[in-house]
Structures are given as structure tokens and as C-alpha cells.
Design a protein around this ligand. Structure first.
Ligand code: UDX
Length: 437
């Protein structure tokens, strides 16, 4: 099938690559000329394992093209995906300007029946709104053209987007049109996953409700972790024991420094404000956000207690990305930890395998190390903030020799506690019965 994907951000690029992998002809569209010129050469603005290779292969095979010309892409495609950003406004509501601008542009170009698919995470009712905008532009051109606007939310996790696209838990299609439903089923026929077909409004809610539920699980386990910390209980064992119950499941019960990224913080805020608009206070979501926002401060308080204050202390911050295998620092916990550490008088020596200049531009007062070993040299404490694989396999004997202090703060509960303690480190994990307590 011939597909256009509008927006070449994280969602757009991974959507284009995975649809191409299914054998479809894809045109990626963006208004950013420089981005399109780079993408046309196979240079990606994001880091996502496997995607660059796939894009380069599809460019070579000429099954994928990039353009800034939306009307050309519309003319060539049967299905048009909208995959532009919906960033949070200060009031928590998503900024719908980009989606609406694309809808208007589509209305200026569509001359025959098209299926428009919303991939962007959008409030309930957006499919109807997008359709209205498209039809109104078409009418201004004195044309009568049928358009179906449907919802097909993405559930890709950064760092393993391709894996998720190849074998998703489900594909949700929200459509009121039989023709569009059939086409979408055909589009995904090679994907081994259950298709859940529903209305556009239901599909839009499924996306928000899913992300907010996962965020709730994280805040819940983080709150349990705080109590574990006080009661000398190990939250990692608690989570394992809980997760064995099939009704609970083992996923998203990893206590840590809180959730970040481009989705959870934004989507929880958006759902909360959707409730407010409907005159309903979603008190659970308010708490989920509060627990998450307070997690970095709570963590630094624990550190400060163990280190007897931060003044003049050298802290190695390992990991800056909001999670491993991505260069994304949007809402990353590191962005909250760095200013708090600096304010408290610590020297911060940070290291991340991929994130470099964008963090230094933001925090000129930190030192950016080239390796993890360089970062930990002569430091009083290590704070592991992102669980990159390379941190899990550090040579801890060497680390011990290079460090000045003994404290290792594991904000992701991923380090081998017993091993570290046997080397003489004072280990602290989030809600673990730690030697440093
Ligand atoms: C999320 C959803 O998982 C995905 O379905 C949706 O399409 C986009 O949003 P993503 O933001 O890529 O994906 O990351 P995810 O792996 O879900 O993690 C989000 C945040 O939660 C990260 O900061 C992660 O470190 C944190 N997290 C996750 C925890 O703190 N504990 C956990 O148990 C799981």
C-alpha cells in the first residue's frame, strides 16, 4: 500500500520504518527542510536501535522517500498518518496546533477519498475535529470528497520501538467506517498481533488510559519503596512477589527515580486536564504526578543524609537519558537531579553513552566525562540515574580503587547489591534494605 507519514519526529520515523518493513511504500513528510534533507541521506535526528539501518535500506530500495511537499505525498498515498507532536501546554493540556495545522494542510490537498490516521496522542474527540477541519478546507475548494479519519494510537517504547512494532501486544483501530477498518486490517495483516477494533473516541481514550495506568503502577511502587526504606524491606523482592500474581503482572513495578520521557508525564497531565474539562477531578492522577514529581527530591534527601550534606562533594552522575537505549532527555529525571545537586553545593561529573552536548548547553556548571571510569574518578559518591547496560557491567574493583568515597546510590535498583557490598561499597537502592541505611 502507499502510505504518507506526516511528521518525522520519533513516532513518525519509527512508524515509517516499521510500515516500510511490512512491504508498504512510504513517504515521510516534514516542514523542516534540513531534517528532510538529512533523512533523505539516511541521517536520523533520533537514536533508536535498528531504525537507521532500516531507513537506509528502504531508501536504497526506493520504497521510502522523504519530502517537504505535503500535497505530493497526499496525492501519492491511500492512507495518511498524522504523527506530529502534541506537547504539553502550561495547563497540562496537549498543544493541538500541529495536528490541526496538518489537518488544514490535508484539506487543501485532498482531491479523492483518503484515510487519515491519527498516530499522535490526542484527546478524545480529535478524530472528529480533524475530519471537520479537513472537510471544511475541501469545501472551500468547492469539492465533495469523502474522508475517513481514524485513530490508531502507537504504544512503542523508546529504545525498543522496532521490537514493539514487529510484535505488539495489540493494534488498536478506532474507526466508524467499514472501508477504513478493512484497509487498516489489510495494512497490518503481516503483523502477528490481535487487532482491537473500536470507535475513534474509545481508541483515543485507550491510549491515555494505558499510559496513565502504567505511570500509576510506577508511582505506586515508588510509594511502596519509600515505606520499604523505612521498614527495612526490599522493594525489589516485594515487586517480584507481587508480579507473580497474574492479575498484577511483573512489568512497570521497578521502583526508581520516577518516570520521565516524552509520554508519561505529558499524557498523565493531559488525561488529568481532560477530566477537569469534563468537570471531574481525577484524584488518582493528581497523586500519581505528585509522587513522581517528589521522587528526585526524596532521593537526594536520602543521599544527603548518608553523605552528611553535599557541600563540596563530588558526585558522579551515571546516565542522563530518561531511559537506556535512547538519546531522549525530555522530562528525564537527570534534568531534575542536576540542578538540585548543584544547588546543594555538589560538583557534578556526568556521563552518558549517548547524551552529550544537549545537557552541557543546559547545565554549563557540570563536567561531562567521556567514560564512566573518568566520571567516577576521585568522587565521593556515584548516582546511577539511567540503567544503561554498560553500567551494569562496570569493573567494580577498579571503580573502588578510583573513587574517593564509598557510596553508590542506585536510583534504578539494577546494580548487584551483594557484590558491591562485598567490595566495601556502601550501597543504597530505592526502597532496598541497604547497607548505607
Ligand atoms: C511509554 C509507553 O510505554 C509506550 O507504550 C508509549 O507509546 C510511549 O510511552 P516510553 O516513554 O518510551 O514508552 O518509555 P517506558 O519504557 O514506558 O518508560 C517510561 C518511564 O518510566 C521511563 O522513565 C522509565 O525509566 C520509567 N519506568 C518504567 C520506571 O520507573 N519503572 C518501571 O517499572 C518502568
Amino acid at each position: 500500500m502507499k502510505i504518507a507519514v506526516i511528521g518525522t519526529g520519533y513516532v513518525g520515523i519509527t512508524t515509517a520504518a516499521s510500515l516500510g518493513e511490512l512491504g508498504h511504500q512510504v513517504i515521510g513528510v516534514d516542514i523542516d527542510r534540513e531534517k528532510i534533507s538529512k533523512l533523505s541521506k539516511g541521517i536520523l535526528p533520533i537514536y533508536e536501535p535498528g531504525v537507521e539501518e532500516l531507513i537506509q535500506e528502504q531508501l536504497r530500495d526506493k520504497t521510502l522517500f522523504f519530502t517537504t511537499d505535503i500535497s505530493e505525498a497526499v496525492k501519492e498515498s491511500e492512507i495518511i498518518f498524522i504523527a506530529v507532536g502534541t506537547p504539553s501546554l502550561p495547563n497540562g493540556q496537549p498543544n493541538m496546533t500541529y495536528v490541526e495545522d496538518v489537518a488544514k494542510e490535508l484539506g487543501k490537498s485532498i482531491g479523492e477519498y483518503k484515510i487519515v490516521v491519527n498516530k499522535s496522542t490526542v484527546p478524545v474527540g480529535t478524530a472528529d475535529r480533524v475530519k471537520e477541519l479537513i472537510i471544511s478546507e475541501i469545501r472551500q475548494r468547492k469539492l465533495q470528497v469523502a474522508v475517513d479519519v481514524i485513530s490508531n494510537p502507537e504504544f512503542l517504547q523508546e529504545g525498543k520501538a522496532l521490537q514493539d512494532a514487529r510484535k505488539p501486544d495489540r493494534i488498536v483501530i478506532g474507526s466508524d467506517s467499514e472501508v477504513a477498518k478493512e484497509k487498516m486490517c489489510k495494512l497490518y495483516e503481516k503483523v502477528d498481533a490481535p487487532l482491537f477494533i473500536t470507535t475513534p473516541r474509545n481508541a483515543e481514550m485507550i491510549k491515555y488510559a494505558s499510559n496513565a495506568f502504567l505511570a500509576t503502577k510506577i508511582s505506586y511502587i515508588n510509594e511502596i519503596a519509600k515505606l520499604c526504606d523505612l521498614l527495612r524491606v526490599d522493594v525489589t523482592d516485594v515487586a517480584k512477589g507481587m508480579g507473580l500474581d497474574k492479575r498484577i503482572g511483573p512489568h512497570f513495578l521497578q521502583a526508581g527515580v520516577g518516570y520521565g520521557g516524552s509520554c508519561f508525564p505529558k499524557d498523565v497531565a493531559a488525561l488529568y486536564s481532560m477530566g477537569k474539562n469534563a468537570k471531574m477531578e481525577m484524584s488518582i492522577l493528581r497523586q500519581v504526578q505528585e509522587v513522581n514529581n517528589s521522587q528526585p527530591e526524596w532521593l537526594l534527601e536520602q543521599m544527603s543524609n548518608k553523605l552528611k550534606g553535599f557541600h563540596g562533594k563530588r558526585v558522579a552522575l551515571l546516565g542522563l537519558a530518561f531511559k537506556p537505549d535512547t538519546d531522549d532527555i525530555r522530562e528525564a529525571p537527570s534534568l531534575k537531579l542536576i540542578p538540585l545537586l548543584l544547588q546543594a553545593g555538589a560538583f557534578v561529573i556526568a556521563y552518558d553513552p549517548i547524551v552529550h552536548s544537549k545537557i552541557k548547553d543546559r547545565f554549563p556548571d557540570i563536567i561531562l566525562a567521556k567514560t564512566a571510569y573518568q566520571a567516577i574518578k576521585n568522587t565521593d559518591a556515584i548516582l546511577l540515574c539511567t540503567e544503561w547496560k554498560e553500567f551494569l557491567y562496570l569493573d567494580w574493583l577498579k571503580v573502588k580503587e578510583e573513587m574517593k568515597g564509598q557510596h553508590v546510590f542506585d536510583a534504578r535498583n539494577v546494580l548487584p547489591q551483594k557484590e558491591l557490598e562485598s567490595y566495601g561499597f556502601l550501597y543504597w537502592g530505592v526502597g532496598r534494605n541497604s547497607s548505607a541505611n
